[in-house]
Design a protein around this ligand. Structure first.
Ligand SMILES: [Zn+2]
Length: 405
């Protein structure tokens, strides 16, 4: 029994038409008209293969294929929303491969003990309504519903109103009560698998992460009248920290990464010594020890930069998420499916957050990565080959059947 890759890619193509951009990407923000159209299409496809679709109060959609016994479902899926000018694969691949698993089981008349549910989680990306992942996190109970419902977009429209507008405000009773196991296919969004020429990866867990906001206060001065000695240049101090952060990450043993992606310089004039710099730090690692090392290292770098440059530095921000390892048994099931498929088993941590990580906080979850061309994602040029997708979907099929049997 194998999945039908042509049918799957045809569905991917059709889904891609909704919000398709001129450069081959997708622009399908949460709860927009495009999102509504994607949801309608998904619902239609589900109903076409005999699934019953229910929608919860967050707008999450669950399409159920009955099992032979009254047991909690094996859930498969991902999200249909995208970032602005995003790619075709991030999200829909997980939803449509799940649907392809159901279609394949139907083709072969195979029943499972546990029901199967294909899920489309709302607002994974968190671009229009911040923060992301709140479809899954509210549904499984790690975030308060009010945080989601009162989130406001740039036009002042609330999540609740947007949900009503597209007709996808469902019932709270439709949230999952119990999940036997959760599986998600997603593109890797990084370069690791491609570099090693490996089509499919077994995800060990979701990196832990935290964010900091750093403010450096120096002293403004005339760029010509102030000698180099005795300046309190906020940007020079910030630069010391940026380079130090890179060293810190390079020394980490696990999959540690630290990124300064946003910085502002004031007064911001060519001929004035920078008086104030603000920048962000995004730190991620698979191990809690690495995260603690990063946390302490940031403070140490700030103190060093203060002393060296005569500035004052404050580090703020407490938003932090611990690493989430995936379920050992679910991982084992995926591993065996990969071996059956003749695939090398490469295990890796996910640098990005995913619904699977959220579900994994409460129920057994696992994740399968598909190689990304050039490691590209959140970009219109995002690409994974049909061959790699086929291999991953066959792994998903076997793992799902094994878990639901
Ligand atoms: Zn995604």
């Amino acid at each position: 029994m194998n999945i039908n890759i042509n049918r799957l890619m045809e569905s991917m193509e059709t889904m891609w038409q909704i919000g398709a951009t001129a450069k081959g990407g997708v622009h399908r923000l949460t709860l927009t008209e495009e999102d509504r159209a994607a949801r309608d299409l998904f619902r239609q496809w589900c109903e076409d293969v005999g699934l019953s679709v229910r929608v919860d109060d967050l707008g999450n959609m669950y399409a159920r294929r009955a099992g032979t016994e009254d047991l909690p479902p094996v859930m498969l899926g991902s999200h249909l929303d995208s970032v602005p000018l995003g790619g075709r694969y991030d999200g829909p691949l997980g939803v449509l491969t799940a649907l392809e698993v159901v279609r394949t089981l139907n083709d072969h008349g195979i029943e499972t003990k546990h029901p199967l549910e294909v899920v489309n989680w709302s607002n994974e990306e968190g671009h229009r309504f911040n923060p992301g992942l709140f479809g899954s996190s509210v549904a499984i109970g790690t975030r308060e519903a009010e945080v989601a419902f009162t989130a406001i977009d740039d036009d002042g429209i609330s999540y609740r109103d947007a949900l009503m507008r597209i007709g996808y405000a469902g019932e709270i009773a439709n949230r999952p009560a119990d999940i036997h196991a959760y599986l998600e296919i997603h593109i890797e969004q990084g370069p690791v698998l491609e570099a090693e020429n490996i089509p499919v990866g077994l995800v060990q867990g979701i990196n832990g992460q935290f964010w900091r906001e750093v403010t450096v206060i120096g002293r403004p001065g005339h760029a010509g009248a102030n000698p180099m000695q005795g300046r309190a240049d906020a940007l020079v101090a910030a630069s010391r920290m940026v380079l130090g952060l890179r060293e810190l990450a390079l020394r980490s043993v696990g999959y540690g990464v630290v990124t300064v992606g946003k910085m502002s310089v004031a007064p911001g004039a060519m001929n004035i010594v920078p008086a104030r710099v603000e920048f962000t730090i995004d730190a991620r690692a698979a191990g809690a020890e690495d995260l603690a090392t990063f946390d302490a290292g940031i403070i140490e770098l700030a103190r060093d930069a203060e002393q060296a440059e005569g500035v004052a530095i404050t580090v703020a921000g407490t938003e932090a998420y611990p690493p989430i390892p995936f379920d050992a048994e679910v991982m084992n099931t995926i591993r065996e499916a990969m071996v059956t498929e003749g695939l090398p088993v490469r295990e890796l941590w996910s640098g990005g957050g995913h619904d699977a990580g959220v579900v994994g906080l409460r129920w057994p979850a696992g994740m399968i990565f598909v190689r990304s061309k050039d490691g590209l994602s959140h970009a219109e040029a995002e690409y994974s080959s049909p061959e790699d997708i086929e291999a991953a979907t066959n792994v998903l099929l076997r793992a799902a059947v094994e878990l639901a049997r």
